[in-house]
Design a protein around this ligand. Structure first.
Ligand code: ZN
Ligand code: ZN
Length: 413
């Protein structure tokens, strides 16, 4: 028996005015997913607990069976792992932005024009930095996409409990990193970051690469803003917890990083962009192949969440419909009597109100051999309220799936 988990990021929503008080999942034409709901069991799920709005990282930890309150150690670590950076215990990882500051270190553009052609050359410069005040700490930087990257501090006695240098808005100065706890480690790490920030500005402000950018009318990439300090979480991998081989197919670094942290193999799929333009079918094709070698395969689709952040309800609906067609391709090609298919969202994203994540519940369906079906015949928030699974927590999901696979150990005798 195998299981395939499909998470449609931020797919859940509220009853929207523009849709006559229906949700995008209710309006989308998705015959394949609805058929799975009809033949399977459904319910609703609070990714963490009712009303708690969650990030994609903490939600995925919960959905993969790890209590985020115990295992979450900062976003930077997941971004680094997802970007393919090896992270060792004790090393501190940050998410970074190339940005543009003026001579007073005031942020003019948080993305330095977004597309940094010279990123690989800047990467080399950053990796050649050695710290004078903190010679025992090594800097490692990897550019990822556009203006984004990952920075890792390697050395002894470091802490993730320090504040960001990224002010998260323009018109204000780059922030000084401060220790968030009163420990020598936090003080040292804040000091390292502040020294690094000074050095990088001095290196980049008049650098020929930036002079050439200026000539072409592009904003200089003269600072690296840091945020989301994190360390590797100490986690018992899925292979030990449930004795399974698990793989992840995702387009975005954050989700790949969470999957890697819990011990999943990452399958990189060409055309998986993590956006609305992602190749929905390619992910499914790779998943079908992966199901031969793995007990548990997880596919993540991000486009729905991106559409909600943009406030674009019809882009969200179209993305759901595209995913449905990929699910149609899938169910014609896998052995449904040997595979459990689970479909849900990691959280709701409110397309009309906040254009951000919320603490609303999400719908959930499980289809597979021996599953007792309920009367629900549609995969959406409203219909799944009547589902046989009732209302569960995200943290229960993995146990429920592993129970169907008969992988859960007996409690007691
Ligand atoms: Zn998400
Ligand atoms: Zn989001």
């Amino acid at each position: 028996m195998k299981a395939l988990l499909i998470i449609i990021d931020g797919a859940a929503d509220r009853a929207l005015k523009s849709l006559n008080r229906k949700t995008p999942l209710e309006v989308a034409h998705k015959p394949n997913i609805d058929k799975l709901a009809k033949d399977g069991i459904t319910g609703i799920m609070d990714p963490i607990t009712p009303g708690i709005s969650v990030g994609s990282d903490t939600a995925h930890l919960a959905l993969l069976g790890y209590d985020p309150f115990k295992t979450y150690t900062g976003r930077g670590a997941f971004e680094a792992l997802g970007a393919g950076v090896e992270l060792k215990p004790g090393e501190i990882a940050f998410r970074t932005n190339f940005a543009t500051v003026d001579e007073n270190m005031r942020v003019i553009d948080r993305r330095a024009g977004r597309y940094i052609e010279e990123a690989k050359e800047f990467e080399k410069i950053i990796n050649s930095i050695s710290l004078k005040d903190n010679p025992d700490v090594e800097i490692f930087f990897k550019h990822t996409v556009e203006h984004r990257g990952v920075l890792v501090l390697r050395g002894k006695g470091l802490s993730r409990f320090i504040s960001d240098t990224d002010p998260h808005k323009i018109g204000v100065r780059v922030l000084e990193s401060k220790p968030l706890v009163d420990t020598p480690e936090a003080k040292k790490t804040a000091n390292v970051i502040n020294e690094f920030t000074r050095i990088i500005y001095n290196l980049l402000k008049d650098h020929p690469l930036n002079r050439s950018r200026a000539k072409r009318g592009l904003p200089p990439a003269n600072i690296l803003l840091l945020r989301g300090a994190g360390v590797l979480p100490t986690i018992k991998p899925l292979s030990e917890k449930f004795k399974i081989k698990a793989a992840c197919i995702a387009g975005i670094a954050l989700v790949k990083g969470v999957a890697k942290a819990v011990g999943m193999d990452i399958i990189n799929v060409p055309g998986a962009t993590g956006g609305l333009d992602t190749d929905v079918l390619a992910k499914v094709k790779y998943a079908i192949k992966a199901l031969r070698d793995y007990d548990f395969v997880f596919i993540h689709y991000k486009g729905t969440d991106a559409a909600s952040h943009d406030g674009n309800v019809w882009a969200k609906i179209r993305m759901i419909e595209r995913i449905d067609s990929a699910v149609g391709y899938l169910i014609e090609r896998i052995k449904l009597d040997e595979t459990y298919i689970v479909i849900t969202a990691d959280h709701a994203t409110l397309t009309e109100e906040t254009r951000n994540h919320s603490g609303d519940f999400v719908p959930l369906l499980i289809h597979g051999p021996g599953v007792i079906s309920d009367d629900v015949d549609m995969f959406c928030e409203r219909a799944c309220l009547k589902g046989g699974l009732g209302r569960i927590r995200g943290l229960d999901l993995m146990n429920i799936i592993m129970n169907y696979l008969n992988k859960v150990e007996k409690f007691g005798e």
